[in-house]
Design a protein around this ligand. Structure first.
Ligand SMILES: Nc1ncnc2c1ncn2[C@@H]1O[C@H](COP(=O)(O)OP(=O)(O)O)[C@@H](O)[C@H]1O
Ligand SMILES: O=P(O)(O)OC[C@@H](CO)O[C@H]1O[C@H](CO)[C@@H](O)[C@H](O)[C@H]1O
Length: 510
């Protein structure tokens, strides 16, 4: 443990760097894909005095190596100097905490797939144990009145434990996934324990108003909780008319004499960075190579982690019906599916990957010609620069999750098109759908709706396609990742912890 305490401690299960073994040493490098959550969270370190930031994440370490494992290291990179406390977890702890309990019990409930909820294999005691270790590590790094910002459902119990260990901390939580309605959430046998922990926070954040309202409804269903204040949802967040619309959102609840702030503000992407990369000579060359390989065919892209919630199966089935329905498109379109397993060791993701591969094989088997394969499947990580070159050249992007907290891929596609002609087919059940009413909104639970959306995307007049993309590009630029950080800091300020030591405009967002 470092003797030096921190005034801002970020607790997110991913490490804020990529490890590389060089010779007999481990080198810590900045994340290659500088457009995601990690660089954004690290940019917050620029808002506290130099070296007063800390990050707590887990790292798998075998039991025999844990005693000589260097738990806390000092990192110095383009985001400043900060401590990283690495929680050593054994393979079994990782399996039971993350792969089984998080992904096979909590994840299906969070995404309203109750029939996939698996209780029999869950190890809630290990989940508690790991959350306690996270809380201890965060408390050890934090000054007595520091702000500790905890991320995501895997660390649901950390706030409650922190309140026990260091009662005067400022504790904030951000939910990256959906938060379901009470009749789904309350399936969890540990519902009171989870809600009590979240009610120990000073601020609980979500992507969109619907999730914030669901949380307040769950808290009111289970505990003596009263909504302290609600506000009307602004027009930019589609207060009515869409599957996830919400006309009003609570901004605070009261429980046991404490006020708990509630926030709904979606994470943004980094359009400035995307534009900078697209304008490089190397990327221009890549884009030209993609154009040449397409040889006049229209490109449809579908990108997402291999996950039953992502709707890749529904996209593939709709594409198969498109080829059945419209033979004139044969050899004229190509679907590029990018479906990557974010982590191994999870049975249900292995099954999903197998289903994707089987569908791709069947469709290619039915429709391929010597010089045309209908679907190209990528199952590996693609460098971010290459991914946005594909987005740039794609006529259509199909994002059809059955549920998704937000979906940054949709925002990246819009950023890569830069307001020019393109079409975004977007499931109404992604958080970002309420920001993009100009997308071709689809209901992935309906084959007819999916097919109509695919036809609309492919047949749209260029002027309309451009107008829609331009409107969404305006949204992506206005509500970028820097704006999310700035807004979050404004809410932190309300919980009495932070004056803004750095002008938000100078925020290094990713
Ligand atoms: N094959 C891939 N290689 C590299 N990055 C990928 C790949 N597929 C998706 N990504 C990146 O992963 C992130 C996915 O974020 P998001 O759409 O919010 O979904 P989730 O966080 O649920 O995986 C995006 O930033 C996207 O660019
Ligand atoms: O287990 P992970 O970290 O791969 O899961 C990714 C998940 C985190 O819960 O992604 C969520 O966060 C994204 C950024 O906030 C959001 O866009 C996405 O919809 C969520 O699934």
């Amino acid at each position: 443990m470092t003797a030096k305490k921190s005034s801002l401690v970020i607790v997110y299960h991913r490490q804020p760097y990529e490890e590389e073994v060089v010779g007999d040493k481990i080198v810590y490098r900045e994340n290659k894909s500088p457009n995601g959550i990690v660089p954004t969270l690290k940019s917050f370190f620029g808002r506290v005095p130099e070296g007063k930031g800390a990050w707590v994440a887990w790292k798998q370490v075998s039991p025999k190596r844990q005693d000589k494992f260097e738990r806390v290291i000092q990192i110095e990179d383009s985001y400043g100097r900060y401590a990283v406390s690495r929680l050593p977890l054994t393979a079994d702890q990782v399996k039971m905490f993350y792969h089984v309990t998080s992904k096979e019990a909590l994840w299906p409930i969070l995404h309203s797939f109750p029939w996939l909820f698996r209780y029999d294999t869950t190890d809630w005691n290990t989940f508690r144990e790991v959350n306690w270790l996270f809380a201890e590590a965060a408390a050890a790094q934090a000054e007595d009145d520091a702000l500790v910002w905890v991320h995501d459902y895997n660390l649901w119990l950390v706030p409650g434990y922190l309140r026990k260990i260091k009662p005067n901390l400022r504790v904030a939580f951000f939910h990256h996934t959906p938060f379901p309605a009470p009749d789904i959430f309350n399936i969890l046998p540990w519902r009171e324990e989870i809600v009590d922990s979240l009610l120990a926070c000073d601020l609980v954040g979500f992507h969109i108003p619907r999730y914030a309202k669901n949380f307040a409804d769950v808290a009111r269903a289970l505990r003596d909780v009263h909504v302290d204040k609600s506000v009307r949802v602004e027009d930019g967040m589609s207060p009515a008319g869409l599957a996830l619309s919400e006309p009003e959102v609570p901004t605070a609840v009261r429980h046991n004499g404490r006020r708990v702030g509630i926030d709904a503000f979606p994470v943004g992407t980094n359009p400035q960075f995307v534009a900078k990369v697209l304008d490089t000579e190397a990327n221009q060359t890549l884009q030209d190579e993609i154009t040449e390989e397409l040889a006049g065919r229209r490109l449809i892209v579908a990108v997402g982690r291999t996950d039953y919630t992502k709707g890749i199966r529904e996209t593939l089935q709709s594409y198969e019906r498109l080829l059945e329905r419209r033979p004139e498109l044969h050899a004229k379109v190509k679907l590029m599916v990018v479906s990557v397993q974010a982590a191994t060791g999870m049975r249900i993701y292995r099954d999903t990957q197998r289903e994707v591969e089987a569908l791709v094989g069947r469709i290619n088997g039915r429709f391929s010609k010597l010089n045309w394969t209908p679907i190209l499947l990528f199952s590996n990580a693609i460098p971010f620069e290459k991914l946005i070159a594909y987005y740039r050249r794609a006529d259509v992007c199909v994002i059809t999750p059955l549920r998704d907290g937000l979906n940054l891929v949709a925002k990246e596609y819009v950023a890569a098109k830069r307001g020019q002609e393109g079409a975004l087919v977007l499931s109404e059940f992604t958080g970002c759908a309420i920001e993009f009413p100009q997308a071709i909104l689809a209901n992935p639970y309906s084959e007819r709706a999916m097919d109509a959306a695919m036809d609309q995307a492919l047949d749209m007049a260029p002027d309309e396609a451009r107008a829609r993309m331009a409107a969404m590009y305006e949204t992506v630029r206005r509500y970028d990742v820097a704006r999310w950080a700035e807004h979050t800091f404004e809410r932190f300020a309300e919980i009495g912890q932070f004056d803004q030591t750095t002008d938000p405009a100078t925020l290094k967002a990713g």
